[in-house]
Design a protein around this ligand. Sequence first.
Ligand SMILES: Nc1ncnc2c1ncn2[C@@H]1O[C@H](COP(=O)(O)OP(=O)(O)OP(=O)(O)O)[C@@H](O)[C@H]1O
Length: 373
Amino acid sequence: MLIIIRPSGEIALKSPRSRRNFEYTLANNIRSVIKEGKIWRSQGVLFLEVNDDNKNLEELSKVFGIASFSPVMSIKSYNNNLEDIVNKAKEVFAEIVKGKIFAVRAKRIGSHNFTSLDVQRKVGEALYPFSRGVDLENPEVEVFIEIRNDIAYFYHKIIKGPKGLPVGVAGKTVVLFSGGIDSPVATWMMMKRGSIPIILNFNLGGSVHRKFVLEELSVLRKWSGGHKLKLFIVNGTDMLIKLSQIEKRNRVVMLKRVMYKVAERLCDKANAKSITTGESLSQVSSQTMANLYVTEYGIKYPIFRPLIGFDKEEIVELASKIGTYEYSIKLPEYCAISTKARTSVELDEVLKDEEKLNIDYEKVLENSEVIEI
Ligand SMILES: Nc1ncnc2c1ncn2[C@@H]1O[C@H](COP(=O)(O)OP(=O)(O)OP(=O)(O)O)[C@@H](O)[C@H]1O
């Protein structure tokens, strides 16, 4: 089966050099997802030749950087011969337009002695007797002919891709990954913009927590363009014990700050240039603007919060589409450290607490469990 793959529109707007790089990364990602067949680039699209297997189509619909794709039939149309194209169109499409109101859409790249309109007209005439009529505005089925120099491609399905940019073109980000509903969605959104996530989880719930995090990551792995996901699991309960030394009201923000600090170390080590979280403004008391200010104070990497302006329902809808929601909702809430977080903790107090705790973040990271998924 031959498949024509159209990269996201955004990729076509890049400079020729960036465009080449993006298409090259996209081709590599597709190769590592599909694992068989042949892939090549040609004038702004990619072609993939694989065994007839619908599984491949499902996998392609999760590769970021793809706007859409279509399984195609093709012919080499020698000598600009429109007749050959019309005959092939009849062979390929007669069954598809049978008893239906249809439209023919044609496109052309290269020089030919006919126009796209000629193709539409001639193929339309040839298919008309099989159909129930033509309606260019509201057809029941559309059939497409794309002529690229001396090859004509025929298809009738345009399957949507997830758009975005190929994973790998935007560098690495350390994601603070709780396993709740939000951080898996934030991870997905960063992958959608071409970033490779490095996952950092503070385990606050033993083997149950670990199990759900791994399950969610195996769902996200299907969206990673074939890239392996590296997971660092820190023993969060050790941290909770340490935090009992400070005032209850500062503990939640302090715990987040510890997470950011360890993420900062991981960025240094993994050459990642940002930290990503699943925070959304004012969703809970630790996510007020005032508390986010204190949490990230002095952190040297940019903190990306792709969900900052999302409602919970919007996040849930995305999590369901991605496939992580069913695992996230089974995860118990780990909020044992403080029942009441203040909506505005004092920066001075938190910085003093930090000094008192004197946590060796480097060591915390060194003692983490590392898993590749
Ligand atoms: N145990 C954890 N390990 C790693 N990161 C965490 C952990 N808990 C929270 N975070 C980070 O802090 C963010 C906010 O977490 P919080 O618990 O305040 O809100 P939440 O809405 O429940 O988030 P989520 O749905 O992602 O758990 C999370 O999205 C995540 O990025």
